[in-house]
Design a protein around this ligand. Structure first.
Ligand code: GLU
Length: 494
C-alpha cells in the first residue's frame, strides 16, 4: 500500500482524437483516487504533437470529462498553482530542464546524423552484438567542444546519460508489483529532438516532477516507457512517484477495442443514451471491485472507497450487455416523475414524436407512461419504439407479421376481439384498473386461455405482441383509439 498523504494525480490526454473508453477509465481512476484520498486531481493536456493535436479535440475531451462528472482541481479553465496545464505552453521549461541536465553532466549533445545512426545500427546487427542501441558516440565529447558546435549552428539532439553502473531499473507499480528492466537496454535515449521539441518521456517527467505528481495512474501501454522515465527523474533529482499501470480494455474477442466492437468514444455512449452515472459505474468496475459483489456503485462510494489495492492487472473486457444492465439499474431506480422528465419526454422530443418544446398530454399521462415503460427500459431511446403506438394514427398502425400470425390469425381471436370491443365500449372510467376489470371475465366466458384473449387485443392496439400490462397499454392509448383499432384488427383475425 502506497503512501496516500497529499496525493496529487493527473490525467494527461493527448488531444489527437476523442476521449475513448480506455482513457475515460484512466481518468475515472485518477479522479476517484484523488477524491478517496482527499488529494488533488489535475487535468493536463499533452498537446506537444503539433501534427495530430487540435483545439477541437481538446474541447471534445473537456466536454467528455464534464459529461462524465470528473471535475478537476487544476487544469484548463480552472487554472492552478502549477500551470500552465497545456504542454505547448511549457516548451521553455523542457528546454531549460534539458540544458540544466547537460550543464550538470546528466545529458549531452549528440551530433550523430540519421545516416550515421542507421549505419551504426546495421553494423551492430551484422556483428550480432548483444546491444544494438545507440553506440554512445557523442557521450564523451568534451562539453566545451560540444557547446561550441551547438553555438556554431550544428544540428543536435540531447540525450540522457544513463549511468553505466545503473544496474536494473525496478519500477514499483501498485498494480503490477515490482517490474525489473535492464538499464543497459535503455540506451542513452533522446530527450530533445533536433527540431527543438522534447520527447514524450522527457516532457512528461519534467511536468510530473514540477507539478508534484505523487501517483501516476495510466494505461499499461506506458509500462515499457516507465524505466526511461525513472532515469529522467533520477537525472532531474526528483522523487520517483508511485506508478499504477492499469490494463487495456479489450473487445469480447480479446483484441484491442476498436470500431469493429462498436462505440469506442465517450460521446458515442452519451449520444446512445447511456446515463453518465451508469457509464462511470460500469467503467470503474472494469478492473476494480470494492468487494467482488456489487455491480451498482454510486459515484459517492467510488469517490470514497476507491483504492489502488483492488485494481486488477488482467485485461478488462468491454461487455455491452453488462453496461446495459447497469444502465437499466440506474433507470429503474429513478422515480416515475424523474424518468418522465429526464428520459421519456426528452426522448420523445428527440424522436420528433412530440413537437419540440411541447407536451401533447397531461402530466399524469406521462407519469403513467413512465411507470409502464421504466421497468422495460435499459437504455433511454428504447422508450421511443415502445411508445410509438401512441403516436400513430389508428389506420396507419403497422402490424408485426409474426404477431399477426401467432395471435390474430388464430382460431378464437375474432371472438376475443368482439368480446373486448363490447366490454370496453360501455366503459366510462378509462383507467388501467377499470379496463382490466372489464376484460377479466372474458377468458372464462369464452372458455379460452388468458393469452389467447389478451394477446390479440394487445396486437390490435399496439401492432406487436410486446407491451406493458394490458390495462396500462389500453389506458394510455385512449378509448376511442382502442375501439377503432380493435375494429380494424377484426379484419385480420380468424
Ligand atoms: N499523453 C499521454 C497519453 O495520452 C500520457 C501518458 C501518461 O499518462 O504519461 O498516452
Amino acid at each position: 500500500m502506497s503512501d496516500t498523504k497529499n496525493v496529487r494525480v493527473r490525467f494527461a490526454p493527448s488531444p489527437t482524437g476523442k476521449l475513448h473508453v480506455g482513457g475515460a477509465r484512466t481518468a475515472i481512476y485518477n479522479w476517484a483516487f484523488a477524491r478517496a484520498t482527499g488529494g488533488t486531481f489535475i487535468l493536463r493536456i499533452d498537446d506537444t504533437d503539433p501534427t495530430r493535436s487540435t483545439d477541437e479535440n481538446t474541447q471534445v475531451i473537456l466536454r467528455a470529462m464534464r459529461w462524465l462528472g470528473l471535475d478537476w482541481d487544476e487544469g484548463p479553465e480552472v487554472g492552478g498553482d502549477y500551470g500552465p496545464y497545456f504542454q505547448t505552453e511549457r516548451l521553455d521549461r523542457y528546454r531549460e530542464a534539458a540544458e540544466r541536465l547537460v550543464a550538470e553532466g546528466h545529458a549531452y549533445y549528440c551530433f550523430c546524423t540519421a545516416e550515421k545512426l542507421a549505419a551504426d545500427r546495421e553494423a551492430a546487427a551484422a556483428r550480432k552484438d548483444s546491444f544494438q542501441g545507440y553506440a554512445r558516440t557523442c557521450r564523451d565529447i568534451d562539453p566545451a567542444e560540444a557547446k561550441a558546435r551547438v553555438e556554431a549552428g550544428e544540428p543536435y539532439t540531447i540525450r540522457i546519460k544513463v549511468p553505466l553502473d545503473r544496474g536494473d531499473v525496478v519500477v514499483r507499480d501498485a498494480v503490477h508489483g515490482d517490474v525489473t528492466f535492464n538499464a543497459r537496454e535503455l540506451d542513452d535515449f533522446i530527450i530533445f529532438r533536433s527540431d527543438g521539441t522534447p520527447t514524450y518521456n522527457f516532457a512528461t517527467v519534467v511536468d510530473d516532477a514540477e507539478m508534484g505528481i505523487t501517483h501516476i495512474i495510466r494505461g499499461d501501454d506506458h509500462l515499457s516507457n516507465t524505466p526511461r522515465q525513472v532515469i529522467v527523474y533520477e537525472a532531474l533529482g526528483a522523487p520517483v512517484p508511485t506508478f499504477a499501470h492499469i490494463s487495456m480494455i479489450l473487445g469480447a474477442d480479446g483484441k484491442k477495442l476498436s470500431k469493429r466492437h462498436g462505440a469506442t468514444s465517450v460521446e458515442e455512449y452519451r449520444d446512445a443514451g447511456y446515463l453518465s452515472d451508469a457509464f462511470v459505474n460500469y467503467l470503474a468496475l472494469l478492473g476494480w471491485a470494492p468487494d467482488g459483489e456489487s455491480t451498482v456503485i454510486s459515484r459517492e462510494r467510488l469517490a470514497s472507497e476507491f483504492s489502488l489495492d483492488h485494481v486488477s492487472k488482467n485485461p478488462a473486457i468491454m461487455d455491452p450487455k453488462k453496461l446495459d444492465f447497469i444502465n437499466g439499474e440506474y433507470l429503474h431506480a429513478m422515480d416515475d416523475q424523474a424518468f418522465a422528465d429526464e428520459i421519456l419526454i426528452p426522448e420523445l422530443h428527440a424522436a420528433d414524436l412530440e413537437p419540440a418544446g411541447e407536451c401533447l398530454h397531461e402530466e399524469a399521462w406521462y407519469d403513467m407512461l413512465a411507470a409502464a415503460l421504466k421497468p422495460r427500459t435499459t437504455l433511454g431511446p428504447q422508450v421511443v419504439e415502445q411508445a410509438a403506438y401512441l403516436y400513430t394514427a389508428d389506420n396507419e398502425l403497422e402490424y408485426d407479421e409474426k404477431a399477426v400470425k401467432k395471435w390474430l390469425a388464430k382460431e378464437g381471436a375474432r371472438k376475443a376481439l368482439d368480446a373486448a370491443g363490447e366490454a370496453l365500449a360501455g366503459l366510462e372510467d378509462w383507467t388501467p384498473e377499470a379496463i382490466e376489470a372489464a376484460l377479466d371475465p372474458i377468458p372464462e366466458q369464452l372458455e379460452m386461455g388468458k393469452g389467447k384473449v389478451f394477446q390479440p387485443i394487445r396486437v390490435a392496439v399496439v401492432g406487436s405482441a410486446a407491451s406493458p400490462g394490458i390495462g396500462e397499454t389500453l389506458a394510455l392509448a385512449g378509448k376511442e383509439h382502442v375501439l377503432a383499432r380493435i375494429e380494424r384488427a377484426k379484419e385480420l383475425a380468424s
